[in-house]
Design a binder for this molecule. Structure first.
Ligand SMILES: *[C@@H]1O[C@H](CO)[C@@H](O)[C@H](O)[C@H]1NC(C)=O
Length: 591
């Protein structure tokens, strides 16, 4: 039953992504529902608890609001509150919300929440309203002490325009806070609230901007245009250099090879060197074809997914003041783009002469889903043990699994069958000899490790400026709105990867090493390692996150993200190299 409910919720979530939600209208005196949502430490954006887990005013019977998938994924758990607010009806003087009698244990819970700088989030007409639970006053230096205060009065400011609510916030400072130090139990507290309605000229469409400009969370997302432009220029120069040098070098190579061909075609192998000499090996298929093709398949799927999400975001399909919509869209799109991974993987597998396509498709569908599931299972179990709202409820878990089992997996298989049936031959420009050539030793700067360092670092440096913003969006509470820039950076990342990959493959082939297949995967894929190192730096230096749960979640999901980077860039890198290798070997005269 819960699953059916959730499936409906999912359908609604998905339509909500696409359709514009029609605004709620009120008449004077209409009830305006305030939902309580979550609480959590201010600096741990992904550690949130249900509001009613704190000892606060709560109704006799807690009634939950049904949520969309995006909201559930974002840790939202909304429930009705006791606040009685009527449209355009002020509550000028303090109105009693409830009395709470505290036991020692409850008081301790409240105290430690205030010490951890807990904030709360309510939702009023889809507008998140946030404020601090209490107030911490740092006292003397030696001996160190601090004073703990609780805000027991909330003042709601609500702006309206005709029959719409445009903006709302709460202020806590209208009444002095209550000191919780040295309080004796049982202690009785009175919670109160007041409401002020204000007319505004802002239209309903401006709600988003109004919310962004008055965010409760710090806005450190000043875009450093100069550094972004700087990195763009560098990247264009880099790409330009690579292209110019490669074309010149290739031109002279072609000239040399094709003249040599005419002069002494008979004993070419004896005094020739460079990439032409390995033409009988360069199209020798690599070992572990199965895994190789699976990586390309899943990489292609994520390329499509990332492009799709960015395009949707640019088209303004996501509600900007709520995070979850993008997560929900990613989950749904992941399931629906699975056919791409199946198609690409089994198509390539067949071309490379692979036999057991069933195993290949299964490997493809597990390549991301399995690590994801494992990481998620560990994090979710810990979150469950902590009792946070980040732990997905069982019904959502079932829904997500159903999404994979009934949509993701079948589509992978379907794509795989199509891919296998439509695969032509590999059509290599040169015949591969049965016996492999010996590979000469290379100096250290041409080794695989050096290639991975270069191939990973350059694409990483192209995006490093932007990475900070991406992390701040994913792991902070900033709303990323410059999807246009992100799209440009994404395009640049892929172009740099392709260029570097081609250059490195060229160097490798000139050193008469024909094992470029796996090398091209790892040289560019190693960007993921750099991104992970950056993430560690971000976690320890730039964020104030702490605690086991938050650390685990950060490391787990960051590792997965870097894995996705690896898959995407490896795919771009390999296909770019493949095109390049085909191109150069088609263009030399064969004997
Ligand atoms: C809350 O809203 C009121 C009225 O709209 C505004 O004057 C006030 O500055 C806001 N407070 C905060 C902290 O944003």
């Amino acid at each position: 039953m819960a699953t059916v409910h959730n499936l409906i919720a999912l359908a609604i979530a998905f339509t909500a992504l696409v359709a514009v939600v029609s605004p709620a209208t009120y008449k004077e005196g209409d009830q305006v529902t305030v939902y309580v949502n979550k609480v959590g430490p201010y600096f741990n954006p992904h550690e949130t608890y249900h509001y009613y887990q704190l000892p606060v005013c709560r109704p006799e019977k807690i009634e939950h609001k049904s949520l969309t998938l995006g909201e559930v994924l974002d840790g939202d758990r909304m429930a009705h509150s006791l606040y009685d607010i009527k449209f355009r009806t002020d509550v000028p003087s303090k109105k009693v919300l409830c009395n709470v009698k505290y036991t020692q244990k409850e008081l301790d819970i409240l105290r430690s929440a205030i010490e951890d700088l807990y904030y709360f989030e309510f939702v009023l007409d889809d507008i998140p309203i946030r404020g601090f639970i209490g107030h911490l006053e740092e006292g003397g230096f030696l001996p160190h002490n601090h004073k703990i205060y609780l805000w027991a009065h909330l003042h709601f400011n609500i702006e309206y325009n005709k029959d719409h609510i445009i903006y709302a916030n709460v202020t806590t400072k209208d009444q002095l806070p209550i000191s919780l130090d040295g309080a004796t139990t049982p202690m009785e507290l009175v919670f109160t609230y007041s409401v002020k309605w204000m007319n505004t000229d802002l239209s309903y469409e401006d709600r988003g901007t109004r919310l962004r400009d008055n965010s409760f969370f710090p806005k450190n997302l000043e875009i450093h245009w100069l550094s972004i432009i700087n990195s763009l220029v560098l990247v264009f120069l880099l790409i330009g250099f690579v292209v110019i040098i490669m074309t010149r070098v290739l031109k002279s190579d072609f000239a040399r090879y094709n003249i040599e061909d005419e002069e002494d075609a008979d004993d070419l192998d004896s005094d020739d060197n460079g990439w032409k000499i390995i033409r009988t090996d360069v199209f020798r298929f690599p070992p572990n074809k199965n895994l190789f093709c699976a990586i390309l398949g899943v990489g292609s799927q994520f390329l499509a997914l990332a492009t799709g999400i960015l395009l949707m975001a640019m088209a303004g399909m996501f509600n900007v003041h709520r995070h979850g919509a993008i997560n929900a869209a990613a989950v749904v799109l992941y399931a629906f783009t699975s056919s791409i991974s199946g198609y690409v993987a089994s198509n390539m597998f067949k071309k490379m002469g692979g036999e057991n396509w069933v195993w290949n498709i299964n490997l493809t569908s597990a390549l991301f889903a399995l690590p994801f599931f494992l990481v998620w299972a560990v994090i979710n179990s810990v979150a469950w043990a902590y009792g946070t709202t980040r732990a997905l409820p069982a019904s959502t878990v079932i829904l997500l699994m159903a999404l994979w089992v009934f949509i993701g997996y079948p589509l992978t298989v379907l794509g795989g069958i199509f891919g296998k049936n439509y695969a032509g031959s590999f059509a290599a420009p040169c015949r591969t000899k049965n016996i492999a050539r010996e590979i000469p030793d290379v100096p250290w700067y041409r080794s695989a490790v050096a290639h991975c360092a270069i191939g990973g670092f350059l694409p990483f440096s192209a995006i490093s400026v932007e990475l900070y913003y991406i992390f701040a969006t994913l792991w902070g509470r900033e709303q990323y709105t410059l999807f246009g820039i992100l799209f440009v950076v994404y395009g640049i990342l892929l172009s740099v990867t392709a260029c570097i990959s081609i250059a490195l493959t060229y160097f490798q082939l000139s050193a008469e090493d024909y094992r470029w297949w796996w090398r091209s995967i790892f040289s560019a894929g190693s960007t993921g390692v750099f991104v992970f190192l950056y993430a560690l730096f971000y976690y320890y230096k730039r964020s104030n996150m702490s605690g086991l749960l938050q650390t685990l979640e950060f490391l787990g999901y960051t590792a997965l993200t870097c894995y996705v980077f690896f898959l995407m860039l490896a795919t771009v890198s390999f296909f770019a190299s493949l095109k390049f290798v085909r191109y150069i070997y088609v263009n030399i005269k064969m004997d």
